[in-house]
Write a protein that binds this ligand. Structure first.
Ligand SMILES: [Zn+2]
Ligand SMILES: [Zn+2]
Length: 255
């Protein structure tokens, strides 16, 4: 038994959701009961950008009808909520890296298309030095092993430091991410782009644009979670000048 697991046995951590003792080392501090509560989102969503809760009658959202997206599709496991949100936070901001494996496992349940390369959404070098790891690269490397697709972390770079998207309006947000990424060595490749949370989609859109501009054949975005539409609406009511469904109310993965 590894030391960390042994320690967990004698000094169990508390589940941040139900406050009971964490029982399964693999997901701890989240307990196995709360982990089992992570639901796959099966409700209505745009067939292209994946935005949840568009009408049952339409399969493509207004935004995707209006503008051609640089990615083929965004697929994700669940809504950015409860246990899934907590797990992503613990991995990303508290550095609990063991959660990368069970989180990656969730993604294996999704219809992942055949791909040539796995590319994680990169962090700017300065951010990477601060955080010491890139959560999307951890998820990407687990998926790479499971799916037998090579992971490339030197084919997409974040070359522009961007302020947190949270405080920005739509126009500023798009401007913020513009030319933030640089791709190389992706000619004719079908790419699986890994992100943790999709909020406005500005980050994965700009990443995909760079990859396609450098000759990638296609980009499919694979993410753990998508923001809840109610969160988006709540922000609309606070900020009525921002059009619905174009809000980034979270820090996003690339920040
Ligand atoms: Zn719990
Ligand atoms: Zn859409």
């Amino acid at each position: 038994m590894p030391l960390s697991q042994l320690l967990n046995l004698f000094f169990p951590s508390r589940c941040p959701l139900c406050f009971n003792n964490s029982d399964a080392f693999q997901f701890s501090p989240i307990c196995s009961f709360c982990w089992a509560g992570i639901d796959k989102y099966i409700g209505p969503a745009c067939k292209i950008c994946g935005i949840p809760s568009i009408s049952e009658q339409t399969s493509i959202c207004g935004e995707c009808l209006k503008t051609k997206q640089p990615f083929s599709r965004i697929i994700y496991y669940g809504l950015y909520d409860s246990s899934l949100k907590k797990a992503i936070h613990l991995l990303k901001f508290r550095g609990i890296k063991r959660l990368a494996k069970p989180l990656s496992r969730l993604l294996l349940e999704l219809p992942i298309p055949e791909s040539d390369l796995i590319i994680p959404v990169p962090l700017h070098l300065k951010k990477l030095r601060e955080r010491e790891f890139n959560q999307t690269a951890l998820i990407g490397s687990w998926l790479s092993k499971e799916l037998n697709i090579p992971i490339k972390i030197d084919n997409l770079f974040k070359i522009k430091e961007t302020p947190p998207q949270t405080m920005l309006r739509r126009k500023e947000r798009l401007e913020n991410m513009k030319n933030a990424f640089f791709a190389t060595g992706v000619m004719n490749a079908d790419i699986l782009l890994i992100d943790d949370v999709i909020t406005s989609g500005a980050t994965v859109r700009e990443c995909s644009k760079s990859l396609i501009q450098k000759g990638a054949k296609s980009v499919t975005v694979l993410a753990l979670a998508h923001s809840r539409p109610t969160d988006l609406k709540a922000e609309v009511s606070i900020n009525p000048n921002i059009p619905e469904f174009s809000i980034n109310q979270d820090k996003g993965s690339a920040e």
